[in-house]
Design a binder for this molecule. Structure first.
Ligand code: GLN
Length: 285
């Protein structure tokens, strides 16, 4: 058994060694294989590929206990991106902290729609409301450099994370502390984008999201209070032919479209995500 061999090792005066391969083996049944690789790579500060090429690499004692603490946090339900500090979005590793929502692949559908809308405009002004990690604003600034991008959040901590991401990727984004449009007075944009909170107050899924900021996830009994604010205030912040694209829940397509129709948008369209769920409301004045 392991205990005997360790005892033997000590008697022999040899140092106990944990290799990359053994570390990954110890993680079996505690986290998935890909999670184990991410956590171990983070532990030894090497890229994931290193683990495959160097199964015999030995961990220091500190690394062994750090890795174990990561495994314990993951087993307690903490999302892996918070443990390792990054989540990939649109092919880039975004830094995340518990002050920010973890970017989701669903939101990449919003990026596609936004980039398609911006294609035909010359020097569009765009605003990302509730930028969180900054994943939307930074991605658009990088992939559509002709845009002038503003991004806001009411959370200072989130804004600092977003600023860090913009800096890390060399994206030009103007960050503003603002509760939705509060800091934007009479300013107008060609495109407003947002992945606001939208989950229903007593949705079962909220339990699984308990490590993420609650104000980023839900707002009011049906989750849509903030979307109602955005729909009401967006018209006065849009230029002629301006558009707003807002993410929503898989079962909220009709509800959210109705909200935007009721606040004066002439054309309202629902877009599905890669899982074929209604995911975005695109509204034009
Ligand atoms: N805009 C960020 C994202 O899409 C944060 C969204 C949020 O906190 N609701 O991940």
């Amino acid at each position: 058994s392991k205990r005997t061999s360790r005892r033997t090792a000590r008697r022999d005066g040899r140092k106990r060694v944990t290799t990359v391969a053994q570390g990954l083996f110890q993680a079996i049944g505690r986290v998935s294989r890909s999670e184990a690789r991410l956590l171990l790579a983070t532990t030894i500060r090497k890229p994931k590929e290193f683990l495959i090429a160097h199964p015999e690499y030995s961990l220091t004692d500190e690394e062994v206990s750090l890795f174990d603490s990561y495994l314990q946090r993951a087993q307690a339900g903490e999302p892996i991106p918070y443990i390792v500090g990054t989540q990939e979005f649109w092919g880039r590793p975004f830094h995340v902290t518990p002050a920010t929502l973890i970017p989701r692949p669903d939101t990449e559908t919003l990026i596609e729609e936004a980039l398609a809308f911006l294609q035909n405009l010359e020097a569009p002004r765009i605003l990302d409301l509730g930028t969180g990690s900054g994943c939307i604003a930074v991605t658009i600034a990088l992939d559509c450099p002709k845009t002038q991008v503003w991004a806001c959040d009411k959370s200072k901590d989130a804004l600092n994370v977003a600023k860090g991401n913009a800096e890390a990727f060399g994206a030009k984004v103007t960050f503003v502390e603002s509760n939705w449009f509060s800091a934007f007075a009479d300013e107008k944009f060609d495109l407003i984008v947002s992945n606001p909170p939208y989950i229903e107050e007593n949705d079962e899924h909220l339990k699984a999201l308990r490590f993420e900021p609650i104000s980023a996830l839900t707002s009011g009994p049906d989750g849509l209070d903030d979307i109602r604010i955005l729909a009401a205030d967006a018209p006065k912040h849009l230029r002629e032919h301006g558009s707003i694209i807002v993410e929503h829940g898989y079962n909220q397509g009709e509800l959210v479209a109705a909200i935007f129709r009721s606040t004066g948008f002439a054309s309202v369209r629902t877009v599905r995500d890669l899982g074929d769920n209604p995911r975005l409301c695109c509204a034009m004045l």
